[in-house]
Ligand binder design. Structure first.
Ligand code: PHE
Ligand code: ZN
Length: 875
């Protein structure tokens, strides 16, 4: 067996022995190969410990080294040592010029790291360690260099040649042309980018707050040129917002975004030249749902915000990834909250955190926001680093308040502009600006696992004292047994019998308690009545909250809490309890009986026309199967599915008339626009329709089909499509799927939705349908969006089919992983997620899932990506 990949540890960090002041690159793009010539000005790092350290360059095994020279003197194999990903030069001058030529093959690059072809265009992806697939380099984020890049290619086929910064020269000869780009800001190699293709673009001028003119350009294939306006509007909104809220403005003369079809992630913040997955940038009413519009807006903003939180100030090493990602996710979430509904945005983010991040945090890949070790860094672009990391920044914001937080961020940018730093530097700046001691708070960065808060209370009418008892507990996680108490901001309010907020400290209606000990009691004085507590308002900390709410109290909070998030959460708690009750009835073989309290509560919300329809839609959405699974100690797939379905159908049956009334009343009034008002109306209308169709009555099916046929936008059409496709009316389902494909077969992203709709169809026989779709012209294993739409959706969402007791779903997934391991290790590794959760299932399924993990482990040479996840899952 080949040598097993080794872990890398944060504690082993050492400053780089050399620095690269300037990097000159020349790319000769040709059909069968690309030649990359580099010229680096290198000097010994004055801060390095040893004066005699060797020069270590990273270079992927696939790199063919054609030439290496120091100060013009050619080197041969005796002058260096190449092993694994390292090329070592034992002796180099204190200051020298290193020239290097490598030969690479973008056309066969299916990993989509480094330089590759997407459709017909060349593009790059260098984060985290893709640059080493282009040339030999010190491919680590603490080596920052000024890049000058020349791209040369066939002029007719690749009329557009882009790289970071500004174009400074160009020329042509004999059908080929070249452009030289200069980026004046020193940057690590992971922010390098190059694009060459037959692209068109839209362009808009922007004036920054200090009056500088910037040209904003978004590039795509010609057929998608009409789908770029929303991204452009979003970019401009984001730029203005960052000026207003953080005082940060853009720094180059050009800002470019390029849309590519083949991309492992959502998008990438390369300096001045963002590269985007088409799914995160293209938008048009006919092809894009409201949810996707919001995603485009959020991702465009996210990548833009990275220009400060990521590029101007970057990470010292990859253990610090959350420095840029946690902060930037917090920034984009606040941006979206400011320009859309704050409460709805919070509900969506918390839903993702509580289902997927909590699950990650209790599984074999659990790791702190700042991991202590990794085998493959690509595996650590996780919900923990991103979403929990953002929650940690949000808690700082809560503890410091907006004003001190802003002072802290100003200080952070001022201190560290142009540097590669650590999460601790970020906390230090917050500490210095606010004068607060954040020593204990730092444990959020180093301790993995989701804390549980156990809460209880009592009230003494005689003394008018209300006492709240809190116990925090942090579970053991792999590699971390001992845990220390965290510093947790707990926002709360107390409601009187009428539902009004009682005045708390300094007359406020929401107070932030700071938990610092394992057990604490908080005493509230002069509380006139036994209150109903509204705990963890706005989800002020990423914790599991346990408090013995009665169903009456939950109904009360649903209709009275002044905190919109907690109103929704009370409804979720109630629904969870009710569904768990149904699951118990199912397991005991009893007839299922839905608690009337849920029906009454839903009826009241449905009737309340004063509420924002988007909020109504959120409140009336039952907790997902994934969330119910996360809450379970042992996941009973059938019970969850059946109980939830039963609740849905019963609610629909008992509320049929009001659902129908609201469905009709919310009919579209004008031309489609993805504005807040319309988005809210459509979300509630589609939710009403989903309940109605659940009744499986021909009249409601006809209603869905009418919506499908008559609507003018993808939000309504897609909603109707999936309801009909998942219904028991097989003929109608087949017909609507066929119609949809015929209409949209030339729109890749829409076809991907078509695949996803079929992948999550809960009807029996899904696996057979998935296998057939893999043979369909619409599918392509090399395109990550298609793999996610079909395979990840099936394995991650379609629980009843994927977890079929036969184990066929597990075997299918293992086959795909073994296949993808060779083609695209990053995607293969992400596909593993459902199998890593095996401990949460019954013994029979556990055995079946483990067997597939072992089969993957024994399947031959595994990438570091897949090896790490499989071995940790079995370990
Ligand atoms: N840095 C990107 C972002 O979050 C994500 C990414 C990581 C993209 C690695 C590609 C590769 O904005
Ligand atoms: Zn990011």
């Amino acid at each position: 067996m080949a040598e097993q990949p080794q872990a890398i540890y944060l504690k082993d960090y050492q400053v780089p022995a050399y620095l690269i002041d300037t990097t000159e690159l020349r790319f000769e793009l040709a059909d069968d190969q690309t030649l990359v010539h580099s010229r680096l000005k290198v000097r010994r790092n004055p801060e390095a410990t040893s004066a005699q350290a060797p020069l270590e360059l990273h270079g992927h095994e696939s790199l063919e080294l054609c030439r290496l020279a120091i100060d013009g003197r050619e080197l041969d194999a005796a002058d260096y040592h190449r092993e694994g990903e390292l090329l070592t030069l034992a002796r180099v001058p204190e200051r020298f010029e290193l020239s290097c030529t490598t030969r690479i093959h973008p056309q066969t690059n299916t990993a989509l790291e480094g330089l590759y072809l997407s459709g017909g265009m060349y593009c790059t992806q260098c984060e985290a360690e893709g640059f080493r697939r282009i040339t030999f380099y010190m491919d680590r984020p603490d080596v920052m260099s000024v890049f000058t890049t020349t791209v040369e290619a066939d002029q007719a086929r690749f009329p557009v040649l882009l790289s970071n910064g500004n174009p400074v020269a160009s020329g042509e000869k004999e059908g080929r042309h070249w452009v030289t780009w200069e980026d004046p800001f020193p940057k690590p190699a992971y922010l390098f980018a190059l694009v060459a293709g037959d692209l068109q673009h839209i362009e808009r001028p922007y004036k920054t707050m200090s009056g500088r003119d910037v040209s904003l350009r978004i590039f795509a294939e010609p057929k998608d040129l009409d789908k770029l306006d929303h991204a452009m509007d979003s970019l401009i909104n984001a730029m203005r917002w960052d000026e207003e809220v953080y005082g940060r403005e853009y720094d180059l003369d050009i800002y470019m975004i390029v849309a590519v079809d083949f991309f492992n992630m959502g998008a990438m913040e390369n300096k001045g030249l963002n590269i985007f997955n088409t799914s995160c940038v293209l938008a048009s009413p006919q092809t894009t749902t409201d949810a996707a519009y919001l995603r485009v807006e959020g991702v465009v903003a996210h990548e833009y915000f990275h220009n400060w939180s990521g590029n101007r100030v970057t990470c010292r090493d990859w253990f610090q990834l959350s420095l840029k990602e946690g902060f930037t996710v917090f920034r984009d979430a606040e941006f979206s909250a400011d320009i859309n509904s704050r409460t709805v945005k919070r509900i969506e983010d918390v839903t993702l955190l509580r289902t997927a991040q909590f699950a990650e945090d209790s599984g074999p890949m659990a790791h702190p926001v700042r991991p202590a070790s990794y085998i493959e860094i690509s595996n650590f672009y996780t919900l923990t680093v991103y979403e929990k990391g953002a929650e940690v920044v949000r808690m700082l914001h809560t503890l410091l308040g907006a004003e001190l937080f802003r002072r802290g961020s100003d200080l952070y940018f001022e201190r560290h502009d142009g540097q590669a730093v650590t999460t601790d530097d970020f906390v230090c700046a917050m500490e210095a600006a606010s004068g607060r001691d954040l020593t204990q708070f730092r444990r959020w960065y180093s301790q993995a696992g989701t804390p549980t808060l156990r809460m209880a209370d009592d009230y003494d009418a005689a003394t008018q004292q209300y006492r709240l008892h809190v116990e925090q507990q942090l579970p053991q996680t792999p590699d971390q047994v001992e845990k220390l108490p965290l510093h947790i901001p707990l926002a709360l309010g107390l409601l009187d019998a009428s539902g009004a907020d009682l005045a708390l400290a300094e007359g406020a209606t929401t107070q932030v308690l700071e938990l610092t000990e394992q057990r604490q009691t908080f005493v509230f004085e002069q509380i006139p009545v036994h209150p109903v507590p509204s705990l963890l308002r706005g989800f002020s900390a990423p914790v599991r909250l346990q408090y013995p709410y009665s169903r009456d109290a939950l109904v009360f909070l649903m209709s009275h809490d002044s905190d919109g998030f907690n109103r929704w959460d009370a409804g979720q708690r109630l629904a969870v309890e009710v569904i768990q009750g149904l699951m118990a009835q199912y397991r005991q073989g009893e007839a299922l009986q839905l608690d009337g309290a849920l029906v009454d509560a839903y009826a009241a919300v449905l009737d309340d026309e004063s509420l924002d329809p988007a909020m109504v839609a959120k409140v009336l959405s039952l907790p997902s199967e994934a969330y119910l699974s996360e809450l379970a100690d042992c996941i009973d797939v059938e019970a969850i599915h059946l109980a939830r379905q039963f609740a849905r159908t019963e609610l629909a049956r008992l509320l049929e008339a009001p659902l129908q009334r609201r469905y009709e009343a919310l009919a579209p009034t004008g031309v489609y626009a993805p504005d807040a008002d319309q988005v809210a109306r459509r979300s509630l209308r589609n939710l009403c329709l989903s309940y109605l169709v659940a009744l499986e009555a021909p009249a409601h099916l006809a209603r869905a089909r009418a919506q499908y046929d008559s609507c003018d936008n993808m939000t309504e059409r897609q909603a109707a499509l999936s309801l009909i496709a998942h219904s028991g009316f097989e003929t109608d389902a087949a017909a609507v799927l066929e119609d949809f494909y015929q209409r949209y077969q030339s729109e890749t992203l829409v076809v991907n939705q078509w695949l996803a709709v079929q992948a999550c169809d809960p009807k029996p026989g899904a696996l057979t349908r998935i296998k057939a779709l893999m043979q369909h012209a619409a599918f392509d294993l090399r395109n990550p969006n298609k793999v996610r739409s079909l395979i990840s959706t099936f394995c991650g969402i379609n629980a009843v089919n994927f977890h079929d007791g036969s184990g066929a779903g597990y075997a299918f997934l293992a086959d795909r992983i073994i296949e993808m391991n060779r083609l695209n290790p990053q995607v293969a590794s992400r596909l593993l997620t459902p199998l890593t959760r095996w401990r949460k299932y019954d013994a029979a399924r556990q055995a079946l899932m483990q067997a597939q993990l072992r089969r993957i482990l024994d399947s031959g040479e595994l990438s570091r990506d897949v090896y790490e996840v499989v071995s940790k899952s079995l370990g």
